[in-house]
Design a protein around this ligand. Structure first.
Ligand code: HEC
Ligand code: HEC
Length: 239
């Protein structure tokens, strides 16, 4: 495993060009350098539907960049990636994020779960209305009416594998697991939900058909942008 990690590391950081024979025809492009990433982050149709590996192609660049920084700086924890990102500069991460954001991608085919009508109702309420009594905005208020995200740093909710969604909610709800910025609006939202609501939602989302486009930044109400300010402002920090 250590050797595997080293090979990945060498490829991503560009060391590979130093150990390749001079006659090598492998071009030193970003596309070549991020090949180790694609071992895990492959096209939707190649990913096992139950896999924990998320798609990264086509997600908003600001969101991807924030996540890379989170993994590198220990705010989000997955060791194989932390090793790869250890010595990467913010600028290089921005380049990688922009590259993956620009790639074509395919969503997983929807799989509609068998939920009771009470469960469906509670999920629909969370998605499109929220619950003012718990100070819980609708998911669509932050993730866009089409649930396909709001540029530049809020990702979409559709076409993601169930196992990945369940793991993310586990991370946000469990204080022991580092995740996101502090204060982290998504973590606050997740903690206000009941476990039953989470269970139903992470089953329901992969069943929704995808249509429409990610929303532009103006779709986010100022008070919600303020609530997520630590996350939304991160992208400006380094330039
Ligand atoms: C060994 C498998 C593996 C490799 C190699 C790998 N990743 Fe990941 N990546 C994962 C897993 C698993 C997650 C989810 C981890 C979590 O949330 O705890 C993830 C999450 C991410 C996320 C966050 C996605 C989201 O929707 O929140 C980004 C961005 C990302 N990886 C980019 C990269 C890049 C860029 C590389 C190459 C430098 C890379 N990964 C290499 C397995 C991998
Ligand atoms: C106040 C705004 C806000 C609300 C409301 C909100 N989210 Fe989020 N969500 C965010 C932000 C910001 C992120 C990016 C987090 C980060 O960068 O760490 C996010 C990330 C996510 C992700 C990660 C997607 C990925 O590709 O890894 C999922 C899943 C998610 N939210 C689900 C939901 C669901 C379901 C609801 C409704 C119950 C919801 N969110 C409500 C702001 C919000």
């Amino acid at each position: 495993m250590k050797f595997f990690a080293f090979i990945l590391l060498a490829m991503v950081t560009g060391l590979a060009s130093a150990v390749e024979p001079a006659s090598s025809k492998i071009p030193d492009t970003l596309e070549e350098r991020v090949k180790p990433c694609i071992i895990c982050h492959r096209d939707a149709d190649l990913i096992d539907r139950d896999a924990y590996f998320p798609r990264i192609a086509g997600k908003p660049a600001g969101y991807l960049y924030n996540q890379l920084r989170n993994f590198r700086d220990g705010r989000r924890f997955y060791q194989p990636m932390a090793i790869l990102l250890e010595n990467m500069s913010d600028e290089y991460m921005q380049e990688i994020a922009a590259y993956f954001a620009s790639l074509p991608y395919a969503y997983l085919e929807p799989v509609v779960p068998a939920l009771s009508s009470a469960e469906k109702e509670s999920v629909e309420t969370l998605l499109y209305s929220g619950d003012p009594e718990r100070d819980l905005p609708a998911c669509s208020a932050c993730h866009g009416e089409a649930l396909l995200g709001i540029q530049p740093a809020i990702p979409g909710l559709l076409g993601l594998p169930h196992a990945y969604l369940a793991a993310q909610f586990g991370g946000w709800r469990n204080d022991g697991i580092m995740r996101g910025q502090i204060p982290d609006c998504m973590s606050e939202v997740a903690k206000k939900m009941t476990q039953e609501e989470v269970n139903a939602l992470v089953l329901w989302l992969p069943g929704l058909p995808v249509s429409g486009q990610p929303a532009g930044a103006e779709a986010l109400a100022p008070e919600l942008a303020q609530r997520c300010r630590t996350i939304l402002s991160v992208k400006e920090v380094s330039r």
